[in-house]
Design a protein around this ligand. Sequence first.
Ligand code: C2E
Ligand code: CA
Ligand code: CA
Length: 733
Amino acid sequence: MNKQYRKPVFIAFALLLVMIVISIFFVTYMQGLVNKSILMNLGEITKQDAEKIQNRIQEHKRILETIVKEIEEENVKTEQDIFNIYNRNSGNTEFSRMAILYKNGKTSTSDGKVVDLSDEINEFFSEENIQISRSRRSKVDNDEINIYSKKIYFQNEEIVVLLAIDNDKYRNLFTQNIFYGNGIECMITSKGDMIANSKNEENNGNVFDDFEKANEKEIDKINKMRTAILENDEGQINYKIQGQTYYISYQKLMIEDWSLIVIVPGNVIAKDLIQLLEIIVMIAMMIVITTLLVTIYILISNIKQKEKLYELAYIDSITNLGNYHAYLKEIRENVQIEGKKTIIILDIDKFKTFNKKYGHIKGNELLKRIGEEIKASIRKNDVVCRLGNDVFGIFFTEAVDFNSIIERLNQRLTRIKLQDYWYNIRICIGVYISDVHEKDVQGMIDKAIIAHDSVKGNYYEPYGMFTQEIEEKLSKESEIENMMEGAIRNKEFVIYYQPQIETKTGKIGGAEALVRWNKKGKCISPNDFIPLFEKNLFIIKLDEYIYETVCQNMKELKKEGYRIPKISVNVSRESLMEKDFIEKYIKIANKYEIRPNEIEIEITERTAVNDKIDMKHILEQIKEKGFGIALDDFGTGYSSLNMLEELPIDTLKIDKSFIDKIGQSHEMIHLLEIIFMITQKLQLKSVAEGVEKNEQIEYLKTLQCDFIQGYFYAKPLDYTTFKLYIRENTNDL
Ligand code: C2E
Ligand code: CA
Ligand code: CA
């Protein structure tokens, strides 16, 4: 089961369990209550019935007493006299007949029968008081009867007067149909011998014999009841025989040692109550289960929703790996635990080209495969995420061995198979191993990125670890960043002008303004700060500052009577991309009364290529205002020759790397010839950069190169030296 579902399902089942326990408690409790109330009711019924029975039996006894008294008082002489007394008194009694028992067993009955009861003589003659017999078979008509008897003297002889009552009638003593005929009332002796019962059942057994069948546990209860009855006590119990509950109530009678006991099966007496209870429990359970189901449903859909949100927020749809946010989250959670961590930033070399060449679908497939391969080369608990484009982040919760991880990744990632075709790819990897206590997640990732960037483009070893040197370089950069604003204010940025010599005349035809950072007498090369300024966008400010200073110098030179050459100013891509670039630059030119056509703006080849469409538009605007445009470092970037036709360029500056090859590489020279041919065809001016040797000049002259810029003629010169240079190298002053 999904780990996330475990908790709510567990909670739900725990709840269910609790509810079941509560239900069982409730049912047991209710059953207890029901039992108690049933037993109480039963006790009440028994008491009432006992009273009723007592009264009736008393009445029977009174009739017998009356008869006996009359026999004694009236000095009767014959049996017939006795029967007459009986007939007189028995008008509305339930007795079926009277009998006179003689010592010899001879028995005469009021309905004229004579039977022999000699084997029962002892029973009847043993007691002086009125006796009531258990049920028995009548010797007269074999009916089930009970007998009331009393010993008297008749003509100086002991006889017993018997009054027989039919068992059917005797049963009327009891409440008939007690509990719809399911219950039974019994009159028993204190030993449990049955006197009579409300049902037409065998009457001479012992009720305890039946109870004996009760199981071991219940026998205790029965024994208690047996003792209680023996002691003429009253009470109620419930007990079970073969799964059936019986409720029993016993109550002593004021007759002999007898008790009345009422037995009712539980399913009858508690039927309605238990049914009600069952319904209540069922409803309660249904409510509980429904609530539970709803709870589970809500919990699960909640989790699902969370998962969906998580997916949206944290999952990369192409690779199904985590995205940048997931990567951050993962690392953030883990840095709480102390210890070294490893962060790896990995990207694919020339992924853009792959995309262009094979299409985006293949590109996405490649990303997916790479994700899978990285996953396969790390352990289950290590993390890989796709941070964006073709960049993957890997995270280990310990310091990994740099070489072995590079080897492992390389093994799987140098050749990738996509649908039966193998593709060779190259990956670039940056690694950062954190300190034990390090917690700045973004900083850690940044360091891995820095390590990555520091080796990006290395052909043979594109794998790098974040090192002390890199850190030093960074701190140097941050030092520069801290000082750059102040440097403008303190006029630490100074301009050097490098003359451009016209090949035809050997005189100065132009100059390029190049910045130097003069920090406390130390001159810092632009190569050390321009790339950084391009990154942090300070270049926008610096370019503008240099441009304005150039304009200022030009105005001054003019004022001093110099015939000034066209000045080239370097402008970075970042400056050009500024919305109000042209307005700003025109405004500055106006301020110093410089016409745009006195200035040439140099953009590098890379600038022109990277944002071709935008750049074309921007350059057209620059051109429209009258500025010259030079394409710098031509030959180092990716520009195609037909791009030269598209962009509004005036001047092509051929990079020093070409010039260096003059007199060395034939292929390069051939290329140079083509470049110059095209330059002339497109009527562009040409400037050769970095010319240091005379032979280079000679050759460039044969190619009809227009201008030469290089140490051979002049290094970049400070303003004062530049002024001298102009004076000496201008055609006419
Ligand atoms: P770049 O625009 O290609 O400038 C030419 C660079 O080549 C200059 O380096 C220059 O000193 C050097 N150079 C000229 N002739 C020779 C030679 O015969 N031999 C050798 N070895 N080098 C020669 P620098 O001044 O160090 O400038 C480096 C780069 O900095 C420039 O390259 C340019 O891209 C950038 N840069 C300089 N100033 C500015 C500026 O004000 N704004 C912007 N955006 N970039 C600037
Ligand atoms: Ca330049
Ligand atoms: Ca250049």
